[in-house]
Design a protein around this ligand. Structure first.
Ligand SMILES: Cc1ncc(COP(=O)(O)O)c(C=O)c1O
Length: 370
């Protein structure tokens, strides 16, 4: 047996002897639905209700979103997050235009080209470290404006928090919206994890408005699935001008749920008494707890302190497979042996403590074998 197979065996045995966390650190999508959401689904599952949104549950969800963002806003429920993004972009983009986004954006990397296919338009990716675009990068696109050989910058799509768990400050989003609007562009915000951003930026409705409706975001994708629903997202038209064609576009991009009451009932449970913010606070706190428990361990480093529910540690390469076999998480950038640890609304302190203990024990096996 070689030295390295010996140490892998020791790693596996060490981990197997430890209590594995009940929940994984793979994704917030790995969590189930919150019990209040399941109860709401059961409650909505009675008798007949009109389809396609003409039901009392959907009316209630629309009222909830108006109370969050203002009476003039419009919300439309959809099945999924990629669909929400495609629909939002399709209602904002005009012929001859492109969507400007970061090179880490979900719309650019993880939607199988759905936006390009549905929009028939280019996504122009701007280079970023953590997914955050800077106003100067938008300004630099002014050289394309009016050039008939260039797709015209039409929509800026930002993600809050970004795919790398970074948060834009209120001022940063305000500056991006101002720059985009001055260039005659519209602004879309991918809020698949908007609950986590809201929790991190103050945990109040005012905090939510501060980085969305107050600063000029035109349309946002409001995430429900990662926040505790079984499925379902909402497209929110903060600027109602763009809602005029939204219901037709929703159907065209296959995002019109016929039994919409089941998406709506889930949202009603999540939005009641700010449950969505409380659940995101829990997920964020568990990510911070995991960071605090592991940051000083020898052999691990982080680019940044987690701001929301994910962290991206760099760990010894030989640790990745045994550790993720013991408790699942995804690799991120294998060129740096960087992985992603993501918490969810149901991650507990015990899960985190067990996981951190496993990481510590595995690292000491590696160091004792050097
Ligand atoms: C930033 C972001 N946007 C959108 C989505 C929605 O994707 P889905 O279509 O899988 O719900 C995700 C899911 O991982 C995401 O991380």
């Amino acid at each position: 047996m070689t030295h390295s197979t010996h140490s892998i065996k020791a790693l596996v045995e060490t981990l197997q002897a430890m209590p594995a966390p009940e929940r994984t650190f793979a994704s917030d999508n790995s969590a189930g639905a919150h019990p209040a959401v399941m109860a709401a689904l059961a409650q909505a599952n009675q008798n007949h209700a009109l389809a396609y949104g003409s039901d009392p549950w959907t009316a209630q969800t629309q009222a909830h979103f108006k109370s969050l963002f203002g009476e003039h806003t419009e919300s439309l429920l959809v099945f999924g997050g990629s669909g929400a993004n495609v629909m939002a972009l399709a209602t904002l983009l005009q012929a001859g235009e492109c969507v400007v986004c970061s090179d880490k954006a979900h719309i650019a990397l993880d939607e199988t080209g759905a936006p390009e296919r549905a929009l028939g338009a280019k996504l122009l990716m701007l280079p970023t470290c953590d997914g955050k675009i800077k106003p100067e990068q938008l300004e630099a696109l002014k050289s394309m404006v009016g050039v008939q050989h260039s797709a015209q910058p039409g929509v800026l799509s930002i993600t809050q928090p970004t795919e790398l768990g970074a948060l834009y400050s209120v001022e940063e989003i305000a500056a991006l919206c101002d720059t985009a609007h001055a260039m005659d562009m519209r602004v879309h915000l991918d809020g698949a994890r908007i609950a986590n951003a809201t929790a991190a930026l103050g945990g109040t409705i005012n905090a939510l408005r501060a980085f969305t409706s107050d600063v000029g975001v035109d349309v946002l994708s409001f995430g429900g699935t990662k926040a505790g629903l079984m499925f379902g997202e909402a497209v929110i038209y903060l600027n109602p001008i763009y809602a005029r064609r939204a219901k037709y576009v929703r159907k065209q991009v296959n995002q019109l749920p016929s039994k919409m009451r089941f998406v709506a009932a889930q949202f009603n449970a999540l939005l009641t008494d700010n449950l969505w913010i409380q659940l995101a606070q829990q997920a964020n706190a568990m990510s911070r707890r995991l960071y605090d428990a592991t940051v000083s361990l020898k052999g691990i480093s982080f680019d940044a302190v987690p701001q929301v529910n994910s962290s991206f540690p760099i760990i010894p390469a030989q640790l990745i497979t045994p550790l993720s076999d013991w408790c699942m998480f995804w690799d991120w950038d294998m060129s740096r042996s960087q992985v992603r640890w993501m918490t969810a609304w149901d991650t507990t302190e015990v899960d985190v403590d067990h996981f951190a203990a496993g990481v510590e024990a595995a690292l000491s096996v590696i160091h004792s074998n050097i």
